[in-house]
Design a protein around this ligand. Structure first.
Ligand code: ATP
Length: 479
């Protein structure tokens, strides 16, 4: 059922200008997508919501935009060069690559549904081997369970080995596409602190592209090789009590941000990590109920002083902060990291509805959070004659500098409404004969299709009330 929903979502996104497969005319490229005319607007609105609620309303947080390419030593210091690895196994017949841990997990999910004891035994064996980095042990599980290649059903596996997930740039030795934006914030931590005369606690926020050579890159926008992250690095006093306090603070703040989207609280789950990334001391995922089950949407970690200490060591520059008592401290860091493409997918998936109307017809409607809708309102002439389109065009021209709007006269009014429903436009204003004498229009609401007559002068106020970000930012900042 959910698989069908994902297929429906992919085709709806393509047919309505949200997401196109990259380089489609050449057959596409695995796990890379382009954002179309409405996709880019929705994505920009999500960015704006994140930026304003992280940077604009927090006076101890500033933003920056660091470069994608960084000095090779950055990745040595951060240990991405040596430790940012995934396990990999090849099938010699299909020439396909797989993550062995996922092969095992998918196998037990499929074949041990009715035998949870046995399933748990296999999973805990796998976790033990993963922890001990016992690659032969993991391979033994694959052999014992007779796991075959999902495509060719053959079992001619290679040995398991590690695979670094950074993309190296050809002809430039040790130059990589960054796998996270965070290192740009760490390398500029002193620049920002000094030029802003910041005292800890303070934060640096970034939105930017990251790249990872994912082995199993699929599931639409969920696991991409080129994606965007919205990350905060929040620098605090290096004490365990402070770490606990700020970790809780950012967990709650981020959850509040998500809940304001109204996608349904039951769609979120928290998952505390036992096995952590090499830089982290505590960590959790905010998981979301995607079309393929609960999966990581956002990560929240304490990176302690790992990164700054490593950069101090490798750059031989002083990156500590001098205190009044003459002591120098290296701050701890709490990180929140949200995948922009993943939250885009979560929003799109939760908003796409197929509704059966009273007259038995079906309507497809994208019930996006209105403040994120690519188009805030459409101005539609009821008929294409008797000066009605001119009045509608005039209203549109007066309003388009204030809001992203659409003027559409290519079809019957029913068709025009359906087109706006499909792209999630919350308000449609219809101009008809009555407009000529009364200066009123019909407003039609996307979600319940209710209609109401209002004066032209009230259009702007209504758009602001229904689609503005102000109230949400107010609620987030007052908590
Ligand atoms: P996963 O376990 O799903 O691979 P991760 O734990 O490696 O994710 P982080 O390194 O914590 O992810 O990255 C922070 C966020 O960046 C993730 O929560 C996710 O939203 C996003 N992200 C990471 N990898 C990808 C990817 N390949 N495609 C899209 N978004 C990603």
């Amino acid at each position: 059922m959910k698989k069908k929903l994902l297929e429906f979502l992919i085709s709806h996104s393509k047919n309505n200008g949200f997401i196109f497969p990259s380089s489609e005319i050449y057959g596409g490229i695995n796990a890379i997508f382009d954002y179309g005319q409405y996709g880019v607007e929705l994505k920009n609105n999500i960015k704006e919501y994140w930026w304003k609620s992280m940077v604009q309303i927090n006076d101890n947080i500033v933003g920056m935009d660091s470069s994608i390419l960084m000095h090779p030593n950055v990745w040595k210091a951060s240990k991405h060069a040596s430790k940012f690895n995934e396990l990999l196994i090849d099938n010699k017949t299909s020439k396909k690559r797989y993550r062995p841990d996922l092969l095992i997990m998918n196998h037990v999910k499929k074949y041990f549904k009715k035998n949870p004891d046995e399933r748990n035994k296999i999973v805990s064996r796998l976790l033990k081997f993963l922890k001990k980095k016992d690659l032969l042990g993991i391979k033994k599980i694959i052999d014992e369970l007779n796991i075959c290649d999902p495509l060719t059903k053959t079992k001619d596996w290679t040995n398991i080995r590690y695979f670094n997930m950074m993309f190296e740039i050809k002809n430039f030795k040790n130059l990589f596409l960054r796998p996270e934006t965070a290192q740009g914030s760490f390398c500029n931590f002193q620049n920002v602190r000094i030029t802003n005369r910041f005292k800890i606690p303070f934060g640096i926020a970034q939105i930017g592209k990251s790249f990872r050579n994912e082995i199993t890159a699929r599931q639409f926008l969920f696991r991409l090789r080129e994606f965007e992250q919205m990350e905060l690095q929040f620098f605090i006093y290096p004490k365990k009590e402070e770490e606990k306090l700020w970790y809780e603070y950012w967990k709650n703040y981020r959850l509040k941000w998500h809940f304001e989207l109204n996608l349904g609280k039951e769609k979120y789950k928290l998952f505390n990590h036992d096995s952590l990334a090499h830089y982290a001391s505590i960590g959790m995922d905010i998981e979301f109920d995607f079309p393929f089950g609960f999966k990581e949407l956002e990560g929240i970690h304490s990176r302690r002083d790992f990164d700054i200490k490593q950069h101090e060591l490798f750059s031989k520059k002083k990156l500590g902060i001098s205190e009044v008592n003459g002591k120098t401290i290296i701050p701890y860091v709490i990180e929140t990291s949200l995948g922009l493409d993943r939250i885009f997918l979560a929003i799109l998936f939760s908003s796409l509805k197929k509704e059966i109307l009273k007259n038995g017809k079906t309507r497809v409607v994208l019930k996006l959070p209105s403040f994120l809708s690519p188009i805030k309102a459409a101005i539609l002439p009821l008929v294409n004659k008797d000066g009605i389109p001119d009045i509608a065009k005039n209203i549109f021209n007066n309003m388009k500098i204030h809001y992203p709007m659409i003027y559409d006269n290519k079809g019957t009014i029913g068709k025009l409404y359906r087109r706006q429903d499909a792209i999630g436009t919350p308000l449609c204003f219809t101009v008809d004969y009555l407009t000529k004498n009364t200066n009123t229009v019909t407003v039609r609401y996307r979600d319940n299709m209710n209609q109401q007559r209002i004066h032209i002068k009230e259009i702007s106020k209504l758009i602001e009330k229904e689609t503005g970000l102000k109230n949400i930012l107010n609620r987030i900042s007052n908590n």
